[in-house]
Design a protein around this ligand. Structure first.
Ligand code: HPA
Ligand code: ZN
Length: 326
């Protein structure tokens, strides 16, 4: 269709994407067969079953079990495969969330991880024309100590392309505010504050991300639709939300696409960017998310183009690259 062709040719940025969750089924099988004791299925049918989520806690549980990165070479493989997938969707720039503490626990040392990210990023640019930035995210379940270790890595190693600090994992029983000291240290060192908030719980965690963590964008943030004062604040302060409809549907964060708040967020004047979150795990890609906005929410080409421009404006890329994309 005309819309599908438009989307396929549209230069895009993708600002909410997790490295491990981005691995295509083929890449997961390649890495799982390299490390067959890792607990990840090595056959396609079993992997598809493994990647079927009953609810958000189950999704997080599966995500944590996917320890595919054991060596620096695995990291380079994953980053370059991701870049090829992004290039195929005319994504020119992506900010990729990497969870260094998880990879350290899985066996990749911090020196190796930093070097592999640098090498992978260079290959992404040279082979695929895709520019990558890194967001080092803490898993909330590892508590403030895990976030401090994440900041130690981000600030201490600061591999080329380092953009910011993130916070993912559960929001239940762990307040964003608990991570304020780690985030303050990261921000003082010049990193951008890019936490998840308001994905599966109410707007209070988005307020906490803004006031306690200095959030400059919000991962998901769909709960903002429940709070008119928050919508006004996000619009007035130009705080973008990184909205991932397919992810929200498949983890149960949204009850259905028909009930998804994306149109309400856009209508309230909040800057909305579209993203995939974990395209391999959710079997989606950025073009599919744009097409979904047309098919389900009735957005036309001008609205889709505006979403792409919002993403380019919200990206922490060079102004030179931003100008090319805009
Ligand atoms: N939310 C929380 N944790 C995650 C996500 C997410 O969207 N993706 C991968 N880990
Ligand atoms: Zn996420």
């Amino acid at each position: 269709s005309t819309v599908a062709d438009f989307v396929a040719a549209l230069p895009k940025v993708e600002l909410h994407l997790h490295l491990v969750g981005s691995a295509s089924l083929d890449t997961v099988l390649t890495l799982a067969r390299r490390h067959p004791d890792g607990g990840v299925p090595t056959e396609l049918d079993a992997l598809r079953r493994f990647y079927t989520f009953t609810d958000f806690p189950h999704f997080l549980d599966v995500y944590r079990q996917v320890n595919l990165l054991v060596t620096a070479a695995d990291v380079v493989t994953l980053v370059t495969e991701l870049a090829a997938d992004l290039a195929a969707r005319t994504v020119r720039y992506a900010e990729v969330q990497v969870t260094p503490v998880r990879h350290r626990m899985g066996g990749v040392g911090y020196d190796d991880l930093a070097q592999a990210l640098v090498d992978g990023r260079t290959l992404a640019r040279e082979r695929h024309g895709v520019e990558l930035g890194w967001v080092f995210d803490a898993d909330a379940i590892l508590g403030p100590a895990g976030a401090e270790e994440t900041v130690d890595f981000a600030v201490g190693h600061r591999p080329d392309g380092t953009v910011g600090i993130g916070l993912g994992g559960s929001e239940l029983g762990v307040s964003r505010a608990d991570f304020a000291p780690a985030f303050h240290r990261a921000v003082a060192a010049g990193l951008h504050s890019l936490p998840h908030a308001g994905e599966t719980v109410g707007p209070g965690e988005i307020w906490a991300a803004l006031t306690d963590l200095g959030a400059e964008r919000i991962g998901h943030g769909i709960a903002a639709a429940q709070d008119p004062r928050l919508l006004e604040y996000l619009a007035a302060h130009h705080i973008p939300l990184e909205v991932c409809p397919t992810s929200n549907l498949l983890t149960g964060a949204a009850p259905s696409l028909a009930a998804h708040p994306l149109p309400a967020l856009v209508a309230a004047g909040v800057p909305v960017t579209l993203a995939t979150d974990d395209p391999g795990m959710f079997q989606t890609d950025l073009d599919a998310e744009y097409r979904l906005c047309h098919d389900v929410f009735g957005m036309g080409i001008p609205e889709l183009a505006e979403i792409a421009r919002t993403g380019a404006r919200a990206a922490f890329c060079s102004d030179e690259l931003r100008t090319q994309i805009l």
